[in-house]
Design a protein around this ligand. Structure first.
Ligand code: FAD
Length: 413
């Protein structure tokens, strides 16, 4: 099996292939360590537990598990914080770099996996006889299966869906981390973050805050944590990774103590991504298979990019074990993963846009959606008018019958 891309999806697929008995070669374009790309990542605790139990992840990988989601906004007519809802929302928060390293080590510990870094793939195609060919500057190799784990600009996806283009959502996400010293003197935010992840609603967007392991220290005390954030808003310009813009949003819209936290400290590993939707119409067409962002990009509101890549890997392992041939395995994989990718893209659209669809609850929820606003970003609700019951109804309307672990449904992807 050949794997194009050696990031989260690529390493996880290599582990899956090796566990199911394949010889695996991974081609990764970057020559160095992959660090800090995604900054903070949250996983459903059940998925983290499963990956640890079966050996994809090392139980020693530091994480920050929390059980609750807390909703906060700036109180009307003041600069103080108003906590307006609290929900069950168990997540296992990870550092992207540590997650990648754990998967990389797991792949590296198998004698069946060869991982080539600094090896960009220049083309992928079909050989005579139906096998797949991977070409690098060093030459060409043939495989029974080639996994495209080459990210949102996947070259491999071009074979399965040549005309597919991402659809921009019209807003962006600024992600970064802050040292724990930014929380010094802010007792209430620190208390909240010790037990929960925080959604901070403001006019024109929202922010997500949670603690993650630092990644450059060994311990699991608070000094070994970072405060991770993702702020969703419309870009003021071309969407550069601009700390000043995030600080300006915070200063204008956040409760004073949260604005001070964002104003403080060095923002490490700052990025800005335009938010897009992308979904390959088919996740596999033998001998090719897509995994992770190559198969589809969901809006980050679903916190499902890495989750999906890891679930793709578990599905590949199951499919290979249950099938008599690689083609049969890829057929199983496509039947399971294509609709799941579509579901997550649609869920991300709804959370971002919160278009209230007709559900069995019908007109009442549609009306609720109108009343409290259509979005967490594009048309934000009147956060100040929301309370516990309003948030719960709004979440049900947004989910429209589907599930998400972020909304307290552990089974949801
Ligand atoms: C704001 C935000 C928040 C997020 N939060 C979460 C979260 O909480 N939980 C979650 O699960 N996910 C989250 N994600 C998503 C997650 O970070 C990504 O989905 C995940 O890292 C994708 O992994 P991947 O391996 O598919 O792709 P990538 O990490 O993009 O890796 C692709 C790899 O392929 C390599 N490559 C590309 N082309 C070639 C080539 N031609 N030859 C060789 N190598 C090549 C690249 O160098 C790269 O290493 C978030 C994303 C964003 C933007």
């Amino acid at each position: 099996m050949g794997v194009v891309g050696g990031s989260i999806a690529g390493c996880a697929m290599a582990v899956a292939g090796a566990r199911a008995g394949a010889e695996v070669t991974v081609y990764e374009r970057s020559a160095g360590e992959l660090r800090g790309r995604g900054l903070g990542i949250v996983l459903p605790p059940s998925l983290h537990g499963e990956l640890t139990a079966v050996g994809y992840l090392d139980a020693a990988m530091p994480t920050v598990p929390v059980a609750t989601r807390v909703w906060v906004t700036r109180a009307a007519g003041s600069r103080s914080a108003r906590e307006f809802a609290r929900q069950s929302g168990p997540v296992t928060a990870c550092n992207w770099g540590l997650l990648w390293q754990a998967l990389r080590r797991s792949a590296g510990s198998s004698p069946a996996v060869r991982y080539h870094r600094g090896h960009p793939v220049v083309s992928v195609g079909r050989a005579e006889g139906g096998r797949a060919v991977v070409r690098t500057e060093g030459g060409a190799e043939e495989y029974d299966v080639v996994v495209g784990a080459d990210g949102h600009r996947s070259l491999t996806r071009g074979l399965l869906a040549p005309d597919l283009r991402p659809s921009p959502a019209g807003y962006a996400v600024w992600r970064g981390t802050l040292p724990m010293s930014a929380l010094t003197g802010h007792r209430r935010p620190l208390e909240l973050l010790r037990e929960s992840w925080v959604t901070l609603g403001f006019r024109g967007g929202h922010g997500i805050f949670y603690l993650i392991p630092r990644g450059d220290t060994e311990g699991d005390g608070e000094r070994d944590h970072l405060l991770a954030y993702a702020v969703y808003a419309r870009p003021c310009g071309p969407g550069a990774p601009d700390v000043a813009y995030v600080r300006r949003i915070a200063e204008q819209h956040f409760p004073a103590e949260w604005a001070e936290i964002v104003a403080r400290g060095e923002h490490t590993a700052m990025t800005c991504h335009p938010v897009t939707d992308l979904h390959a119409p088919v996740a596999a067409d033998p001998p090719f298979l897509l995994a992770g962002d190559a198969a589809g990009v969901t809006r980050p509101h679903t916190a499902s990019g890495a989750v999906k890549a890891l679930q793709d890997a578990l599905c590949l392992e199951r499919s290979l074990r249950a099938s008599a041939s690689p083609a049969e395995a890829l057929g199983r994989y496509a039947r399971e993963r294509t609709p799941e990718g579509a579901r997550l893209v649609e869920l991300g659209r709804r959370i971002g846009r919160a278009q209230v669809e007709r559900t069995p609850e019908g007109a009442r929820l549609v009306e609720l959606g109108r009343r409290i606003g259509r979005a967490q970003v594009e048309r934000t609700p009147d956060w100040d008018a929301l309370d516990q019951a309003g948030v719960e109804e709004w979440c049900r309307a947004t989910l429209a019958g589907t599930t998400s672990y972020l909304y307290g449904d552990e089974g949801g992807g």
